[in-house]
Design a protein around this ligand. Structure first.
Ligand code: HEM
Length: 405
């Protein structure tokens, strides 16, 4: 066994470069070491598959409860920043409406209706149609609004809340305008929740907030936990389905042979979904903090080290995935890390799979025959903590309204 060494100090890694195109940077980092100290982000970055997996499976050593967390400041202390045993009861309260049974009996139908509505909007946008802003973003927001039960808010409210609170969570520059926008959204969410608690006590339904109000045995989570976890879910349950719709559509439109195979065999939609989040993980990095001195990937980490678990890089680790940079629905099936792992494994994974792989993507390609990227307008992607398409202009040859779902 080789002796552990200090982490390489990677001053050449900058935030603007990672925002533009993180993949060549991560490739070089993986070749040099599993763990780097990166001054521009003021934390260690864990970039290889095995080491990301080790960290997410060992919550005792790699705590989610980060000191000085900006997420806690902007949204309150949610389950995402708690370790077990404190994390477990909040996670258990969140689970029932997000399970496959509830999706089958309640939400699938809602996802279908919402999808038709925003396909109409995409059609109406005509020559100016953008797949992200006319379809993926409002659809993801509307689906989340339905599941959570925000009957007193619009999908536009959810998009604004989500973006401003996420911006505050990443406000390392301490910009007062960003804090102010985040604070305003946080207060709007609190007011909306205050209205909904008595409403759902009188009108129970299948939504998450209703479930929180009417928990078995009459127990309730403390109000701070309800608020913080709803804000975290608004921040964490909207961009990712939006971004996987964009990434998967882009990848398939750029690879017509693979699109052809999926259209021939709709059982391949979940495979395309899974490969899209393997290829570009919508949540690129999430934080952890060491609770003791530890060695990870041959690198010494003192207790209290702040880490970034870079699943966007781990999912492209060439030691695990052959020709990892390529989008390929025929690749050998192996577990990827896009939904995280261990105690914090994404609570909304079934919702994402159903709403995107079973409904949004198949219906999009059924409805718009000859869908393609509009080469006369700019297509762009961005991000590394969250990564997705920024612009995806599309055109089509023929619309088949009302085709069977
Ligand atoms: C493709 C879509 C999605 C991806 C890639 C994704 C990814 C993730 C990841 C990586 C985590 C763990 C983060 C960490 O450990 O710090 C997580 C947690 C979580 N996700 Fe998702 N997510 C998606 C969709 C959703 C949706 C639609 C919802 C809600 C309806 C949701 C709700 C949650 C919740 C509540 C947690 C916290 C779980 C816990 O702390 O125990 N996610 N997600």
């Amino acid at each position: 066994m080789t002796a552990a060494r200090e982490a390489p100090v990677s001053e050449w890694v900058t935030i603007p470069d990672m925002y533009r195109d993180p993949f060549p940077i991560f490739q070089r980092m993986r070749a040099e070491a599993a763990v780097h100290w990166v001054p521009s982000v003021n934390r260690y970055m864990v970039v290889t598959y095995d080491e990301c997996h080790t960290a997410e499976m060992d919550g005792e050593t790699f705590s989610a409860d980060e000191t000085g967390s900006l997420m806690k400041r902007s949204m309150g202390h949610s389950m995402l920043r708690k370790d077990d045993p404190e994390h477990a009861p909040e996670r258990a309260a969140w689970q029932p409406p997000l399970r496959p049974g509830a999706i089958k009996t309640v939400w699938r139908e809602v996802f279908e209706a919402n999808t038709e509505r925003y396909l109409d909007r995409l059609a109406d946008a005509g020559d100016a149609a953008d797949l992200i802003w006319d379809f993926a973003a409002p659809l993801a927001a509307e689906n989340l609004r339905s599941i959570l039960g925000f009957v007193n808010a619009t999908q536009e409210d959810l998009q604004r809340w989500s973006q401003t609170m996420i911006d505050a969570t990443g406000n390392y520059a301490d910009d007062p305008v960003v804090w102010e926008k985040g604070r305003r959204s946080s207060e709007e969410v609190d007011r909306a929740i205050d209205e909904l608690l008595p409403y759902y006590a009188a009108h129970p339904d299948a939504s998450l907030i209703s479930g929180l109000v009417n928990m078995p045995g009459g127990e309730r989570l403390p109000i701070e936990a309800i608020r913080a976890n709803l804000k975290m879910t608004i921040g964490g349950g909207l961009n990712e389905p939006r971004d996987v719709i964009g990434t998967a559509a882009w990848a398939l439109l750029e690879n017509p042979d693979q699109l052809g195979r999926v259209l021939q065999d709709p059982a391949l939609w979940p495979v395309a979904f899974d490969e899209a989040i393997r290829w570009i993980a919508p949540i690129g990095m999430y934080p952890r903090e060491t609770t003791r001195d530890v060695e990870l990937g041959g690198v010494r980490l003192p207790a209290g080290s702040r880490l970034g678990i870079v699943v966007l890089s781990a999912n492209r680790d060439e030691r695990v995935f052959e020709y990892a940079e390529r989008f390929d629905i025929a690749r050998e099936k192996k577990p990827h890390l896009a939904f995280g792992g261990g105690a914090h494994y994404c609570a909304g994974a079934w919702v994402a799979k159903s709403s995107v792989a079973q409904v949004a993507l198949p219906r999009l390609f059924e409805r718009f025959e000859g869908l393609e990227i509009d080469g006369d307008r700019e297509t762009s992607a961005g991000g590394w903590v969250f990564r997705g398409m920024l612009k995806l202009p599309v055109t089509w040859q023929r619309e088949r309204k009302g085709a069977a779902a």
